[in-house]
Design a protein around this ligand. Structure first.
Ligand SMILES: [Zn+2]
Length: 248
């Protein structure tokens, strides 16, 4: 998906009562943001869930843009240790430009203005990564980033809204695909998680090619029918207003 850009890989842009936060600026983020008139200099923070390219490729340029090329020291970066230490994906000169760099760790909580978020549990993935639970004055929502399904995963991610990375239509085993990365969620995993968490709304994102060919909006509808939870397939440029959660 990343190589042919059938779907954009620019990440998620939050605007929580005026506090703007960018999560996982993958390849093309700068282009997608400019196209949508999202201003990097308005960001208060950039959060990187993990160092894989589809999440991190544009982190340096977005961080530099956040500081207006270094002219305005501003904004913070959050990333796991292995994105910052050996073979860092964030350049050291970029770290000098921002207002601070914080390491994401299991079970910790962080604040950005009047927004707080936690990284409750380390995921099963080839590199260090965590999902996030965000709390604003009005709402709580969770993001489950890349991971292999594991028992107890869902209990960390309650909230009114669940955003979840679903790469595969069907679970993959090392036997089927010995050379492929398999540490990702599939649709049956996501169904189980939605049933366990019962959010008001779930948004599926981060589709692999198989998901894309099967039409994510059809998968979302099937999950809605099966779980009774409103499930939406993300689209490029899609906006979701958290006030929608108050209607249901
Ligand atoms: Zn990954």
């Amino acid at each position: 998906m990343m190589y042919n850009q059938f779907l954009a890989t620019g990440g998620l842009w939050l605007n929580l009562s005026g506090t703007e936060i960018l999560i996982d600026p993958g390849p093309g983020c700068i282009v997608q943001a400019a196209k949508r008139k999202l201003k990097a200099e308005k960001l208060s923070a950039i959060i990187l869930s993990h160092r894989h390219l589809d999440h991190s490729a544009d982190i340096n340029i977005m961080a530099e843009a956040m500081t207006q090329g270094g002219f305005k020291r501003h904004g913070r970066l959050f990333a796991p240790a292995d994105a910052l230490e050996t073979e860092p994906v964030i350049f050291s000169y970029i770290r000098e430009l921002v207002d601070g760099v914080e390491m994401l760790e299991e079970g910790k909580s962080y604040s950005i203005g009047n927004i707080s978020f936690t990284t409750p549990v380390r995921h099963i993935h080839p590199v260090e990564t965590y999902g996030m639970v965000f709390r604003t004055a009005q709402h709580t929502f969770s993001l489950i980033t890349d991971t292999l399904y594991f028992d107890g995963l869902s209990k960390h991610y309650s909230g009114e809204l669940l955003i979840i990375n679903v790469v595969f239509l069907e679970p993959r085993t090392p036997v089927d695909h010995p050379s492929m990365p398999i540490d990702h969620l599939s649709v049956p995993d996501v169904e189980r998680i939605i049933v366990e968490l019962k959010p008001k709304v779930a948004i599926l994102t981060h589709f692999g090619m198989g998901m894309w060919r099967a039409k994510p909006w059809e998968t979302a509808q099937k999950l809605t029918d099966k779980t009774g939870v409103k499930v939406i397939a993300a689209r490029d440029g899609m906006r979701f207003n958290l006030s929608q959660l108050d209607e249901s």
